[in-house]
Write a protein that binds this ligand. Structure first.
Ligand code: AMP
Length: 178
């Protein structure tokens, strides 16, 4: 599998969820076992020597590949969720979105100073969600924060707001209007 072949398996849905947004639908790539394994294997190659102890997935598309990668790295999996979903004590952060505010939460006892974490989501657009996740995890005093996305929408410069991470990687770069 090449990156170009994987990109051809990602469906473009115009005007979803609102007019003017071209939605990158990864579900078509996930149906293809070669793409599914490619996502996992690329991430495992990038992080197998980084000492990652926990892989954190952002709800909800960040939950799909992260647990498979965590198993290969012999790390744990931790969900970062929308409010009201996690049952035990949480730490949270609110951040500005294009329209209004949003909040994400993590279990307080899920990570700590002994952890090197990899935060994963499917797609980097403006970077707002991931910037909040990095700040949340930093508050909990972890050793290192690595960040990974399957897709980077190029042209939006989302990386600019992720400078609190130790390293940011993306598997596929796609022009925002491609
Ligand atoms: P952002 O905070 O702007 O980087 O957007 C982050 C979240 O929105 C990611 O979790 C993506 O799943 C989703 N998202 C934003 N834009 C798109 C798009 N064009 N196609 C698919 N998902 C998107």
């Amino acid at each position: 599998m090449t990156a170009q072949e994987v990109i051809r398996n990602i469906r473009n849905v115009p005007d979803f969820p609102v007019k003017g947004i071209q939605f990158k639908d990864i579900t078509t790539a996930l149906q293809n076992p070669d793409c599914l394994k490619w996502f996992r294997d690329q991430m495992v190659d990038l992080y197998s020597s980084k000492g990652v102890t926990k892989v954190l997935g952002i709800e909800s598309r960040g939950f799909i590949i992260a647990p498979a990668v965590a198993m290969e790295l012999n790390a744990g999996f931790v969900p970062i969720r929308k409010p009201g979903k996690l049952p035990a004590e949480t730490v949270e952060i609110s951040y500005d979105k294009e329209y209004g505010k949003d909040t994400i939460q993590i279990h307080r006892d899920a990570i700590g100073p002994e952890d090197t974490v990899l935060i994963h989501d499917d797609l980097l657009a403006t970077g707002g969600t991931m910037a909040a996740a990095i700040a949340l995890v930093r508050k909990m005093g972890v050793k290192k924060v690595y960040v990974n996305f399957l897709i980077e929408l190029e042209g939006l410069n989302g990386r600019a707001v992720l400078n609190e991470a130790d390293e940011v990687t993306t598997l596929l770069g796609i022009e925002v209007n491609e």
